[in-house]
Design a protein around this ligand. Structure first.
Ligand code: KG4
Ligand code: ZN
Length: 360
């Protein structure tokens, strides 16, 4: 029986410092540890991720998180076969902290280092969690990403469309700020929306009238701002009902856009094994339920990995690294940290940002 392969995965591209150990044995990959140290408390007062604070926090904590992941896995460093690290896209200071750590450990312990694309980590997760076969459709919806990908193989990604401005999680976070709710905004808006009337305000469904899979969410956020300001000007402030109705209206508009564009993607793409989601926004029950209905209508399985593997984590980076390692891929110690790194180099560049800044 061949010895199992152990991969250490490191992720520092946004506001989570993460490390994981994956073992690939007879029964396929198994997550032995998956540690995430969130920085949201450090950024909360600023209403968004501050790149300098993120970079410093990653640099201070990444070795601690790596040690904790190795210890929890019960795998000493000399049993690790390769170190996989997010080399982009993301906030460059954070990516650098992870890359330098991986190179340092790799050099000192004489282990190969593999540069992993963060988006590939997300996009390949349905294989780790559900063994989903290629090709499948992937919707990445988080605070930093929003795109449809056709995943045809470990190196075969076609970007079918995505946001041209804000990422959905970013729009949730901004809406929460506009309504005076806490951060992260997604769960706060979802909770507030539960008692609201989604039909009270007439809110736009941007770009639904246009063909294709591009999306836009900044106009929706502006519409919420206008409605809020109108109520404040008329009546001096927002009641709990106003807040709930605005949150519900926003969530319904977001849900409608994501569901309609997903239905469109499923109409045009052929031969798919399933439709998978990733990213923190996939935790939203209204969005998840609507997407599941659309996918089931199309006669395909709907794959939603557990939330800890949907959001940024080291296990997805270790998994993408494992695939590359088994294919004989080695990166040496000279690869760069990349703020932008499109998965699909044939696709037109994305104009918009996400909380990681303009990317991919
Ligand atoms: O994937 P993630 O943890 O990090 C990246 O952005 O890469 O996603 C975080 C985003 C935040 O913007 C957060 O507000 C949003 O996901 N989110 C949600 C929910 N839970 C988290 N958005 C809507 N509904 C939720 N329940
Ligand atoms: Zn991510």
């Amino acid at each position: 029986m061949p010895e199992p392969i152990h991969i250490l995965g490191i992720e520092t591209s946004c506001d989570d410092t993460a490390a994981a150990v994956l073992r690939d044995g007879d029964t396929g990959p198994e997550i032995l540890s998956n540690r995430v140290l969130s920085q949201s408390d450090l950024h909360a007062a600023f209403g968004g991720v501050v790149p300098e604070i993120a970079a410093r926090a990653h640099a201070e904590r990444v070795d601690i998180v790596v040690e904790a992941a190795l210890e929890e896995a019960g795998v000493p460093l000399d049993r690790i076969d390769a170190i996989a690290v997010t080399a982009g896209p993301g906030l460059i200071g954070g990516v650098l902290a992870g890359v330098m750590t991986a190179k340092g450990i790799g050099f000192a312990a004489r282990k190969p280092v593999i540069a992993v694309n963060h988006l590939a980590g997300h996009a390949l997760t349905p294989r780790l969690t559900h063994g989903l076969g290629f090709p499948y459709l992937m919707l990445l919806v988080s605070g930093g990403h929003c795109q449809f990908l056709r995943v045809g193989g470990p190196d075969d990604f076609t970007r079918l469309g995505g946001t041209i401005d804000d990422a959905p999680g970013e729009a949730f976070d901004k809406t929460a700020r506009l309504l005076g709710l806490g951060q992260p905004g997604g769960p706060a808006v979802e909770a507030c929306a539960a008692s609201g009337d989604p039909a009270r305000f007439d809110l736009p469904r941007p770009l639904l009238d246009r063909p294709g899979l591009e999306m836009s969410f900044s106009g929706l956020k502006t519409a919420i701002l206008r409605q809020r300001d109108r109520i404040v000007a008329d009546r001096g402030g927002l009641t709990e009902t106003d807040r709930a109705d605005l949150a519900a209206g926003f969530q319904a508009a977001m849900t409608d856009v994501l569901a309609a564009k997903s239905a469109r993607a499923l109409e045009t793409e052929r031969g798919l094994t399933g439709f998978a989601v990733a990213g923190g926004v996939a935790a939203n029950r209204s969005i998840r339920t609507a997407l599941e209905a659309v996918v089931t209508d199309a006669g395909l399985p709907f794959v939603a990995p557990p939330l800890a593997l949907c959001t940024d984590n080291g296990a997805m980076i270790a998994h993408a690294g494992l695939i590359a390692h088994k294919a004989g891929h080695r990166d040496g110690l000279a690869f760069p940290a990349r703020p932008r790194w499109p998965l699909d180099t044939d696709a037109a560049p994305i104009l918009g940002g996400g909380k990681k800044g303009a990317k991919a």
